[in-house]
Ligand binder design. Structure first.
Ligand code: F6P
Length: 552
């Protein structure tokens, strides 16, 4: 069942009203003037999220190009698109991913309050808890040194081999929560099929003290299987006896048959179900590297923070629903202003992989052009998400954000408290001042009069003008804790859901990644000998044949 009550969003009455409102006033709204005329604008357009542990996150939407009329129309659009019905179906374990006939139930992985959550009439909570218990017990034994390798030494290095959702989530979270790590354990992530990735990693570790986590939902992904086999050969060169694999290789997967074919004892397999999409899997067994690194108690806090945002999203009216507001703003810019991109810039070095993580979440989910009624959409969908930590990005691509020809809606994220308040917190104050200044500069800009008043020659004036009115959403956390990070990720999950619900696309399949994989397989076979190929287009034949000549 596709849950589709309309074909294209352009068919909705409110969409047409929004088009008219954009033309009448929306496109000319000046955020600077809106602030000048409304002393309450900040409090009207900002929302504080309260986490389960009492910590808070302030989501300030007030620097966006909206007024009350536009916001009210966007909320009507959400109602007309029946996003609450789709949301409730998702939380009820229904098969929202209709093209693959699957439930989309990552929310059940952070069901820390142990509600009954059913898929196909069966409560999945006991199984989710069983796997969590298994991860807890295993991680405690590795972290304490009780789990030993084939020569009796305890584990010092964890190597997670996976790609896509089986890599990006664990990489991002272990980096973001490094402050909480057990520092005598090192974690490495191998994802790329480029042999350099595994080779360089293996140079840094010792077979006697290394634990490999083979992370793959399907356990058939070419890159992961190839890297895992290379790691196994490397390990056996030292350990010799395949019986030792049991102490050094575990699997995080849904596919027990392939895991056991690989040679991993299924006792050392941490399972999850096919209702967990790859890009939503960091909450599942795929999070084992995170647990090993930061400890089970911290992972539990991460899940609880995520659950708190789930509760907010599933029970708050649309008007104050933070992820819904974020997603609606994205639709506003994407479809009415014609924005193509979405910048996410964490002012936080620990969060340096957050934009890369969000790229898969957003672009694999909403990079679709067919609606839930199986027709072509007639509007732009998924934004091109990009980002890097600020302040670094201020010294690279922010020029284009400030003065380029494109409108680039941006999210800035800052934690008030640093985990590293060095030099009497000087660094943190400088970081924070940039967070505030960038958003303010993008909004207020600089007029020609101001530039002239600075004494600039006439010819330079246009070059030094900043148009302003460039929108930002400012997300201010208290501290990047496991609970805060959990909630932040889930904010973006439900933001992505909201966009997909309005665009009426299936945000939960990813057929677009298949064609290239299939072609790579057949071309791979053609690279095994020197015979020139002729069966592709001229360019592909030319490139393959040149590669064959040069790779001798
Ligand atoms: O190629 C895309 C994809 O299917 C992602 O959705 C997924 O996260 C990744 O590959 C890895 O898949 P697996 O965990 O099955 O190895």
């Amino acid at each position: 069942m596709s849950f589709s009550t309309f074909a294209n969003a352009t068919d909705l009455d409110t969409w047409k009203k929004l088009e008219a409102a954009y033309e009448q006033s929306g496109k000319d709204l000046s955020v600077k003037e809106l602030f000048a005329s409304d002393a309450e604008r900040f409090s009207k357009f900002s929302h504080t999220f309260k986490n389960y542990d009492g910590s808070e996150i302030l989501f300030d939407f007030s620097k966006n190009i909206i007024d009350e009329k536009i916001l009210s129309l966007l909320l009507d659009l959400a109602k007309e698109a029946k996003i609450e019905t789709l949301r409730d179906a998702l939380f009820a374990g229904e098969k929202v991913n209709f093209t693959e006939d699957r439930a989309v139930y990552h929310v059940a992985l952070r069901n820390q309050s142990n509600k009954v959550m059913k898929v196909d009439g069966i409560d999945v909570t006991p199984e989710v808890n069983r796997v969590l218990d298994h991860m807890k017990e295993f991680s405690e034994s590795v972290r304490s040194g009780a789990w030993t390798g084939y020569t009796g030494k305890s584990i010092k290095s964890i190597v997670n081999i996976g790609i896509g959702g089986s890599d990006l989530g664990p990489v991002m979270v272990t980096e973001a929560l490094k402050h909480y790590a057990q520092r005598d354990l090192s974690v490495y992530f191998v994802s790329n099929i480029d042999g350099t990735h595994i080779a360089e990693t293996l140079r840094s570790v010792d077979p006697e003290t290394t634990l490999f986590l083979i992370a793959s939902k399907t356990f058939t992904t070419a890159e992961t299987c190839t890297n895992a086999n290379t790691a196994k050969s490397w390990f056996l060169e030292a350990a010799k006896d395949p019986a030792h694999i049991a102490k050094h290789f575990v699997a995080l997967s849904t596919n027990a048959a392939e895991v056991s074919k690989f040679g991993i004892d299924t006792k050392n397999m941490f399972e999850f179900e096919n209702w967990v999409g790859g890009r939503y899997s960091v909450w599942s067994a795929i999070g084992l590297s995170v647990i090993l690194y930061i400890g089970y108690d911290n992972f539990e806090k991460f899940l609880k923070g995520a659950e708190a945002m789930d509760k907010h999203f599933s029970s708050t009216s649309l008007e104050s629903n933070i992820p819904v507001l974020g997603g609606l703003l994205s639709v506003w810019y994407n479809n009415f202003f014609g924005a193509q991109t979405h910048l996410v810039a964490p002012f936080d070095q620990y969060m340096h992989r957050f934009p890369a993580y969000l790229q898969q979440l957003s672009m694999e989910s909403n990079g679709k052009s067919v609606n839930r009624a199986n027709g072509k959409v007639n509007y732009s969908t998924g934004a091109i998400l990009f980002g890097e930590p600020a302040t670094n990005s201020q010294h690279s691509f922010f020029q284009l954000v400030h003065q380029g020809t494109k409108l680039i809606p941006a999210d800035f994220i800052l934690a008030a408290q640093s985990h590293n308040p060095v030099e009497g917190n000087l660094h943190q104050r400088m970081l924070a001042s940039n967070f505030f200044a960038q958003a303010e500069a993008l909004m207020v800009g600089k007029t020609p009069e101001q530039v002239k008043a600075e004494g600039n020659p006439e010819s330079l004036v246009p070059h030094k003008v900043f148009s302003g009115n460039r929108p930002t959403t400012n997300i201010l956390c208290q501290k990047i804790t496991p609970a805060t990070l959990g909630a932040l990720i889930v904010y973006y999950e439900h933001f992505t859901f909201t966009e997909g619900a309005i665009w009426n696309i299936n945000s939960y399949d990813q057929f677009g990644v298949e064609l290239g994989k299939v072609l790579a397989k057949s071309i791979g076979a053609q690279l095994n000998d020197k015979t020139p190929v002729t069966n592709h287009d001229g360019s592909t034949n030319g490139l393959i044949n040149q590669f064959k000549a040069w790779s001798e």
